[in-house]
Design a protein around this ligand. Structure first.
Ligand SMILES: O=C[C@H](O)COP(=O)(O)O
Length: 249
């Protein structure tokens, strides 16, 4: 039995005071037995959120990290820095990182290894562009990205990872995939993991992401292979985030 995981990805939204105000509203409400609630916030918000989340069941995550532990990488944040803060999750390979910051499959793989090295759980994003979907390449793209991201992991690490299938054309557009389409691709991705790591595929959690809202989350999570959601826009308002968590159980 896989525990569903709902992760809000705030992207580049919210100052520290806005993050604190958000947390005060969701505390005790965006917490339900049987569902894991995660907020992935900008780096600047992480210390305040980790402090606010103490004693709650809400976990805090980052949205990126460098693969090196330290070094001359101006503007970057490393795994040890996140770990010491008390961060539990880190989103890696989000399509916005791949598109705007030139992250390759190889870089994503290095970051995944670095996350495990420092006791952080990666939420690894994969997904196709619109033109790839229209060319019938959705599964090929997801296979390539999944295999590359998981390369060199142990089966146990693969089982602990979280994968987020996010069709790029569905991100922030209001056009979500259908639950049946998402289930089909996610079942396929689980098969890719099975090909690499055997039974670990039954334990790895695979989320859907892309225009998930309180009114469609239940439909996605009703599918047997969809273990949660990675949510951007609808995770930014406390009432909406609370409804997402309620919709997951
Ligand atoms: O990481 C989250 C995704 O990019 C989805 O964003 P969205 O829910 O605003 O479509």
């Amino acid at each position: 039995m896989r525990t569903p995981i709902i992760a809000g990805n705030w992207k580049m939204f919210k100052t520290v005071s806005e993050a604190e105000a958000f947390f005060a509203e969701v505390k005790g409400k965006a917490e339900r037995p049987g569902v894991e609630s995660v907020i992935c916030a900008p780096f600047t918000n992480l210390p305040a959120l980790v402090k606010a989340a103490a004693g709650t069941t809400i976990a805090i995550g980052a949205q990126n990290m460098h693969f090196e532990d330290s070094g001359a990488f101006t503007g970057e944040i490393s795994g040890p820095m996140l770990k010491e803060l008390g961060v539990k999750y880190v989103i890696l390979g989000h399509s916005e990182r791949r598109a705007y910051f030139a992250e390759t499959d190889e870089i994503v793989n290095k970051k995944v290894h670095a996350a495990f090295k420092h006791g952080l759980t990666p939420i690894i994003c994969v997904g196709e562009k619109l033109e790839e979907r229209e060319a019938g390449k959705t599964k090929d793209v997801c296979k390539t990205q999944t295999e590359a991201a998981l390369k060199g992991l142990t089966a146990e690490q693969a089982a602990q990872a979280v994968i987020a299938y996010e069709p790029i054309w569905a991100i922030g557009t209001g056009k979500s995939s259908t639950a049946d389409d998402a289930e089909d691709v996610i079942a396929y991705i689980r098969g890719v993991v099975r090909g690499l790591f055997g039974e670990a595929a039954d334990r790895v959690r695979i989320q859907y992401g892309g225009s998930v809202k309180p009114d469609n989350i239940r439909e996605f999570l009703s599918r047997p292979n969809i273990d949660g959601a990675l949510v951007g826009g609808a995770s930014l308002e406390p009432a909406s985030y609370i409804k997402l968590i309620e919709g997951a159980v």
